[in-house]
Design a protein around this ligand. Sequence first.
Ligand SMILES: [Zn+2]
Length: 384
Amino acid sequence: MPADPVTIARELIRCRSVTPEEGGALTYLQGLLTQAGFETHRAVFAEPGTAAVDNLYARAGKAKPNLLFAGHTDVVPAGNEASWSHPPFAGELADGKLYGRGAVDMKGGIACFAAAALDYLGAKGGEPKGSISLLVTGDEESVAVNGTVKLLKWAAEHGERFDHCILGEPSNVEILGDTIKAGRRGSLNGTLIVTGRQGHVAYPERAENPIRGLTTLMTALRAPLDEGSEHFAPSNLEFTSVDVGNATVNLIPGEARARFNIRYNDRHSQTALKTLIERRAEAAAAGHVRYAFEWQPSNADVFVTKPGPFTELAIAAIAEVTGRKPQLSTSGGTSDARFITDYCPVLEFGLVGQTMHQVDESAPVKDLSTLTAIYRRIIEKYFG
Ligand SMILES: [Zn+2]
């Protein structure tokens, strides 16, 4: 009997693996994969100030090349469960759709690549030509500290090598087969702090209003960062909060702050970007504004997987199954692909993302079988 992605997805949705809880999801997957002949490992990672997180690595075959499928079983909270038409952790089927938290992001995607791998192994009598591995974390939706980044390192230390990776995040925009994500922008958070001199609003000559300096610098920082690149849209700096904290009407405050986030493309490194921003502030301040920057540490660097044979293979598999030629995109937020790219080329392809993180998150049953067929085709072509 072929492995059924809908059954696997329903079982996974029924596990309450709200980040960072394991909720039984990895244990279920591990059982399924072990039964099919995978060698499986669990690894719990922890560090001070974060929750300990459970992770799973499974491999079938010992030979090269090793094709990796990656994903996460943790999900964002359901919010108000009463506002769902179908309970978020029941895995109910209705109107041709599978409902539940994680249906598209990304228990559905995991179910599809697990089903495809099981089906391929079945067809090869349990002896793949090369190896198929699954790397599944429970820490993607939260801080992403005790998940993929550490599991990859753990695997490397245990002699595991990966040749190519498909991350099953919901990459498609409107319809299954429309988009592969082939890179992600970097993300950097900073705070601009302007210091003035507090005083009475009626005697501005005795004070120094930091809000004036802050707005001057903010305007300077709003200038374009670049014009985009071959694979990316222009970088963008967005202010997210302006904070003075002054509740008094006749007081000139002593300090003003503005927080911002930068989504940056491959024209910048984090270091170069910080230098660029600091230089712009310096020029705008012209020696008259006292200011400082605080930069938050970021593990979200920009990366791009340049087109090549693996990308061509994935595009061809998608086209053969759906009749659509996917576009390569680098838009959207960050994902665990930013860690995988340090080990092997990675593409992201999964379900249609429209209902992710929403009430009534759901995936059409038809999409689950189509995505499984695409992954199956990718595996077939990969091992030729
Ligand atoms: Zn996700």
